[in-house]
Design a protein around this ligand. Sequence first.
Ligand code: SAM
Length: 275
Amino acid sequence: MDLWLREGQIEDAAMTYKIKETLVTKKTKYQELAIVDTYALGRMLVLDGIVQTTVKDEYVYHEMITHIPLFTHPNPQKVLIVGGGDGGTVREVLKHETVEKVVLCEIDEQVVYECKKYLPEISCELNNPKCEVFIGDGIKYVHQHRNEFDVIIVDSTDPFGAAEGLFGGSFYKEIYNCLTEDGIFIAQTETPFYLPEVVKQVYKDAKGIFPITRLFMAGIPTYPSGFWSFTIGSKKYDPKEVDLSSTSNINTKYYTKELHKACFVLPKFVEDLTR
Ligand code: SAM
């Protein structure tokens, strides 16, 4: 049968994927969850009709949201991930030998459960003894922890529903307090092509709190427009200026030391959003 998943990316545009097999669909306490196998991109996690991650292109997002901040910090030992229940960011964080502990704070235990079952390539490190999976609201978790993490990664869904409070100045202030004195924060911050006002606001909010704020881009085929932004807030180290000559070599498919520097060179219309 000819089955297709249609992801409405904005009001007037959508992407479609031909389905090979539907592995699970369920309504959780927080969202509608599906994991499907597609011809073009392999298995994918879909939440509330929005594609979160796919086996074929997940490495771009997970490597860039992880290695840019972890290679900027000279000695990241304790890392917090807010969201990220698929486990891809945990997998990348644990490639860094300095990391002693990574806490994954995911609100929806069903995401973790189903990804462990159906997306083993992505969730493979969730049972690593260095990883603590905490099921709960990231907003509350960050509020309850002070001066604790060297790096905080906000690997969230889009700014609606449970993730709405993970964007904006008041949350970034809490993140600032949850970081150690030389800590770094990073968040996925949507597409400047379709949502320039979100990118602009997030950057402005982060800039109001962190001494160093940077925005970078990566090409992610399954995210709307394929052109995705990440925003960094740092207390001390500048990800753009960091000396990478002696950082360790890890196995990656997208991230390189050259790309670490190059990704901060922005197209004019994106650069304008940071002014
Ligand atoms: N890479 C993805 C993207 O940008 O599409 C994000 C992937 S990850 C699956 C996002 C996770 O954030 C979801 O599993 C969702 O349940 C979780 N999440 C949303 N709001 C949250 C909150 N307030 N606290 C913790 N996790 C949250």
